[in-house]
Write a protein that binds this ligand. Structure first.
Ligand code: HEM
Length: 145
């Protein structure tokens, strides 16, 4: 029962993560992205990622137990992919925080095109990396085959 609740939370948080990333990408594609809204979405993305880790740790400790996951190559592949996504997200997050600061003093502020392009690329890559992450999650749950 405990693991069922964590599993439902894990999936819902993942859904939230996708919605926030996709919304950020859509806003970044508009000619004058609303910086405040972007900053809100990015903060929500950070909190959701943190909650996924906390719920994930709860699932590792409950259910099949640490010994199962420690020896599971797909668990480590999933964690490595998650960490990579986290690393890639640092640059766009710092850019969004800079834009937010600039927009506080100049309400008409529009971020530089080069920075918008870089943020779009990084977030697009993060979304793409969720595909192998999901595959690793499914493989991890079924390992050894
Ligand atoms: C964006 C990040 C993540 C996504 C998209 C994700 C996705 C998933 C999915 C789809 C499953 C269900 C697999 C299945 O039963 O077919 C799952 C299970 C699980 N996840 Fe995650 N996960 C993420 C992050 C994490 C993290 C960071 C941890 C651990 C620290 C974790 C620990 C687990 C555990 C323990 C299970 C149960 C697997 C089993 O039944 O043996 N997840 N995850």
């Amino acid at each position: 029962m405990h693991d069922l609740v964590l599993a439902i939370l894990h999936h819902l948080l993942f859904l939230g993560l996708i919605v926030m990333l996709a919304s950020e990408l859509a806003l970044l594609r508009t000619p004058e992205p609303p910086v405040k809204r972007l900053a809100g979405l990015d903060a929500g993305y950070g909190v959701t990622a943190l909650l996924i880790v906390l719920v994930g740790v709860g699932r590792v400790m409950g259910g099949k137990g640490w010994a199962f996951y420690e020896a599971n190559p797909f668990f480590w592949a999933k964690i490595a992919t998650f960490a990579l996504i986290g690393l890639i997200s640092i640059r766009p997050t710092l850019a969004i925080l800079r834009w937010r600061k600039a927009a506080r003093t100049a309400p008409d502020y529009v971020p530089p095109q080069a920075e918008l392009t870089a943020a779009r690329r990084a977030i697009g890559l993060e979304i793409l990396l969720l595909i192998p992450l999901l595959a690793f999650a499914a493989a991890m749950a079924r390992w050894p085959f």
